[in-house]
Design a protein around this ligand. Structure first.
Ligand code: ADP
Ligand code: MG
Length: 497
């Protein structure tokens, strides 16, 4: 009896020892994994650092590239496209104007009745039409006929309060957000389609001529007064709302900027000097690159696997299309090399773009004590369940690193523009404010990103100058802006109202 009891005791002791050893072993394994994960995390954090000295170098590099792009037509990373907009809205615009906004799978048509300084926008109406998928890959004629027909229907519903001046044609501003080689304020040829459109016979053709032909066919009595992209439209809409607006920045799926330049500072401009002596420049700043931009292995890999390798490097670090995917790539490496989410790598983590920026932003903004939203997003989007609080905290920190870097680099880009137009110091004589019209879902909805961008501008410029720099969210600048540009470039501009 006693023997047996002793035996059981021995067996029990042995089991306890084995279990303890296993626990210790597992703890050691876990802590080794955690240490490895932290090593990956820390290295990434370090490589993403954007101290103020570095941001100043980025701003100076942006300035240099702006000058290069203004000097000559070819071979520069910043295209600094001449928009032919030499005349921004003043508030005096009068009359009925239309706009057509085409840049994705929907297009919008709108009309405004402008009443000059007193009346401003007297009345505004718009409608949105989705483009049937087969028309996105059909012929140019089919697409533009469809658009002109929708426009004809919209014009037919012109209600009381809208009236075209007697003896005049209706005028339209066309926001066409695809790459265009502009040849005048109201003409330009399509360089290539993007965003799922593929209509071969339209490439190289003047998009305004094609639209005009279809409008004639459908009996729309309208003249295209301005062809612009969304950044220029935002600048025009912003200027109408606030006369101190001198630049526009888009931070949405992609990114771009436009600003008002003195014609005398554009060596490549060979045309006549406009009355205003100014010209709006479409920077196409998404294609900016510099050795001063922080570069990690994840950025490099993202670029290599993208559809436009080596292009849009700035855009790939700061815009909504990419931020979430950078976070995903770091998490994937931590899963693969440090078993960050357990013994197996969660399969969904390998799917490109599965972690969208709005989800990243939702996790980043999670203020619940147990990071409930992070937990549920990881489960719902990446199929990762049962995460510990400490794991979730690391995920939030990663979102913070990527968003902070993007926001600070965006601020450096803005500083480059301010330097270019001499608004990076306080002009004692003029004491003028400088306003930047901002549009895009990333800036609008990602609060941490937005606040970081604003505080970085302050940090870069100092309190006194920063007080003169304002960023105004210009909702739907491109729509209203296009109608205003049609107005400020109207063929009747020199005719009495
Ligand atoms: P687009 O740039 O395509 O014209 P938007 O200006 O509306 O359209 O921007 C949409 C982009 O904004 C999305 O692709 C996404 O990257 C970003 N975005 C939208 N909502 C959020 C959000 N809540 N948090 C962070 N980013 C967002
Ligand atoms: Mg947009």
């Amino acid at each position: 009896m006693g023997k047996i009891a002793v035996g059981t005791g021995v067996i029990c002791a042995a089991t306890v020892c084995a279990v303890a050893a296993l626990i210790i072993q597992r703890r050691m394994k876990n802590s080794a994994r955690w240490a490895k994960a932290m090593e990956i995390f820390n290295e990434f954090e370090k490589k993403c650092e954007t101290p103020i000295e570095r941001l100043n170098l980025v701003a100076d590099a942006m300035l240099d590239e702006m000058n290069a792009g203004l000097a000559s037509e070819n071979g520069n990373q910043l295209k600094m496209l001449i928009s032919y907009v030499d005349n921004l809205p003043t508030g005096d615009e009068h009359g009925l104007f239309y706009a057509l906004d085409l840049g994705g799978t929907n297009f919008r048509v709108l009309r405004v009745q402008l009443g000059g300084k007193e009346g401003r926008v007297l009345k505004q109406e718009s409608t949105e039409v989705s483009i049937p998928p087969q028309l996105m890959i059909g012929t140019s004629e089919e697409l533009f006929d469809f658009i002109a027909e929708a426009l004809a229907k919209f014009v037919a519903t012109e209600s009381e309060g809208f009236h075209v001046s007697p003896g005049r044609h209706r005028e339209l501003g066309f926001t066409f957000s695809f790459p265009v080689k502009q040849t005048s304020i109201a003409s330009g040829s399509l360089i290539r389609w993007t965003k799922g459109f593929s209509i071969d016979d339209a490439v190289g053709q003047d998009v305004v001529a094609q639209l005009t032909k279809s409008m004639e066919k459908k009996g729309v009595d309208m003249r295209v007064g301005a062809l612009v992209n969304d950044t220029i439209g935002t600048l025009a809409g912003g200027r109408y709302a606030n006369k101190d607006v001198v630049a526009a920045v888009i931070l949405g799926t992609g990114t771009n900027a436009a600003y008002v330049e003195r014609v005398s500072a554009i060596p490549k401009w060979k045309g006549p000097l406009p009355k205003s002596e100014e010209m709006v420049i479409n920077m196409e700043w998404g294609n900016f690159r510099s050795s001063h931009l922080p570069l990690t292995e994840y950025d490099h890999q993202l670029d290599i696997e993208s559809l436009n390798v080596g292009e849009q490097i700035f855009e790939k670090k700061i815009s909504g299309m990419y931020l979430g995917d950078i976070v995903r790539r770091v998490l994937l490496k931590m899963a693969e090399e440090a078993a960050f989410f357990g013994d197996t790598v969660p399969p969904k983590l390998s799917v490109p773009f599965v972690l969208r920026t709005p989800v990243m932003s939702a996790m980043h903004h999670d203020t619940s004590p147990d990071l409930k939203i992070v937990g549920s997003k990881l489960k719902e989007i990446l199929g990762i369940s049962n995460t510990t609080l400490r794991t979730r905290k690391i995920v939030v920190d990663l979102c913070n690193i990527v968003a902070t870097r993007g926001a600070r680099l965006s601020a450096a880009g803005i500083l480059g523009i301010l330097k270019k137009i001499g608004r990076d110091t306080v002009n004692e004589a003029q004491k003028q404010n400088t306003v930047i019209a901002m549009d895009g879902g990333l800036y609008e909805h990602y609060t941490e990103f937005r606040e970081c961008l604003k505080s970085t501008i302050k940090e870069l410029l100092g309190e006194e100058v920063a007080e003169t720099i304002l960023i105004e969210l210009a909702n739907d600048g491109s729509g209203l802006g296009a109608t205003l540009l049609a107005a400020s470039h109207s063929q009747y501009i020199d005719v009495e109202p």
